[in-house]
Design a protein around this ligand. Structure first.
Ligand code: MLT
Length: 218
């Protein structure tokens, strides 16, 4: 089967694992960047890591922006749809359970993960979002009652103001998601402490959603 993103897939090393970590890099990253991060926060799980299709001055991203922090919302919608389709197709191609998909995104990757949750809530219902922003306001209210989200935020982040983090947490909660907001005294770069916090959060029952059903094979 042809999958629409350049990507890496790493098979689970833990035979009891039911989760697949959907790793989404930040601006200028690629599909290899955050494999070690996934292995740190979710050791033993399978990893699916696509490369963003947009190039901004040669740097891969998951959607277009007009300038820093100002997004092209039509492109966010289109790219979120593409990524949702990719995840569904990859589940069939690699035979993993869609209910075990956990997004782990950093910066631009966290923003596209949040966009998929807001626009295609059945595809991602577990997410670890490091330094996310509100990617867009959905036209239709998504049902996120079965969704759980860990947000890793930096108090000194020059790109994501604290109010923006709080706005995303409030939006996800308004739609029913359980949100765990973890602040560290860091900037836009990640702190070891929050990787540990994300790992504990995932280990305490947050890597599988029985609400997501396998799509019938076409
Ligand atoms: C974005 O464009 O998604 C955010 O500004 C974060 C970034 O990638 O710099």
């Amino acid at each position: 089967m042809e999958l629409s993103f350049v990507h890496r897939f790493v098979t689970a090393t833990d035979p009891n694992s039911k989760a697949t970590i959907l790793v989404l890099h930040g601006t200028g990253g690629d599909e290899s960047d955050l494999i070690p991060l996934a292995q740190t926060i979710a050791p033993g799980d399978a990893i699916l890591s696509p490369r963003g299709k947009i190039l901004e001055n040669g740097m891969p991203r998951f959607f277009r922006r007009l300038r820093e922090g100002v997004f092209d919302e039509d492109d966010v919608r289109f790219r979120a749809g593409e990524l949702a389709d990719f995840v569904t197709a990859a589940a069939a191609a690699y035979d993993f359970d869609p209910a075990g998909v956990v997004a782990a995104g950093y910066s631009n990757g966290a923003n596209i993960a949040a966009a998929v949750m807001l626009l295609h809530p059945g595809v991602i219902s577990r997410a670890v979002l490091f330094r996310p922003m509100v990617p867009l306001q959905p036209d239709q209210r998504p049902d996120l009652a079965s969704a759980r989200v860990f947000i890793g935020a930096g108090r000194r982040d020059p790109i994501v103001p604290a109010a923006e983090t709080e706005r995303l947490a409030a939006l996800l909660r308004e739609y029913g998601a359980q949100v765990s907001l973890h602040w560290t005294d860091s900037g836009h770069g990640l702190a070891a402490e929050e990787l540990q916090a994300a790992r504990s959060w995932l280990a305490s029952g947050n890597r599988y959603s029985s609400a997501v059903k396998r799509a019938p094979l076409k």
